[in-house]
Design a protein around this ligand. Sequence first.
Ligand code: C5P
Length: 216
Amino acid sequence: MIITIDGPAGSGKSTVAKAVAEKLGFEYLDTGAMFRAVTLAALRAGIDLHDQQALSDLLARVRMEFSPGQVVLDGEDVSQAIRADNVSKSSSPIAESPVVRQHLAERQRQLAAGRNIVCEGRDQGTVIFPHAEYKFFLVADPMERARRRHRQLSQMGEEISLEEILKTQQERDQRDSQRALAPLKPAPDALVIDTTNLTIDEVVARIVDVVQGRLP
Ligand code: C5P
């Protein structure tokens, strides 16, 4: 069974998806981490992030391994490095790249095939798994989302002002929502949950209740 959880940055989807997977005994796929891994690889290789041929060559050359909570790039654990602010800032051209989306879409479908899995990202319910059994789309007030990201970055030792985070977040939301390929939007059959005033536990409980048939 496939459960998709999509939504903008800071809507709580990573934390929620992980917890839902754990409660249900499902596996978990963080597709944002995959786009981040390609972004980091491209930054390190010093290539033009808009050059489709260079991105295609890069994808053929690098080895990326994805397991829950861990990303390994050419043998190096980059699980922390992909969360850095410069990777977030540079991720838009990578997310807009047809070559990258095609490559990652195939890997996402392969990773999920035959499994009970919670897949989180932007396009999981719309493009990658249009026939998923359950689809959720998380939203939250932009200021609350920026506060969550600020806390997360502080815990990692990155001190960036709330204002700066809000600005980057707005730009990324806009590009994610307006791009031609796989834009950020709820699938017509997704249940939209506003997490602004809900705790993580409340969101998780609501999703688990729906999947287990206790809530419509
Ligand atoms: O979710 P996260 O912030 O880690 O995602 C990083 C970037 O990857 C997002 O800004 C988005 O542009 C892109 N992304 C995407 N499709 C997905 C997951 C992430 O375009 N399924």
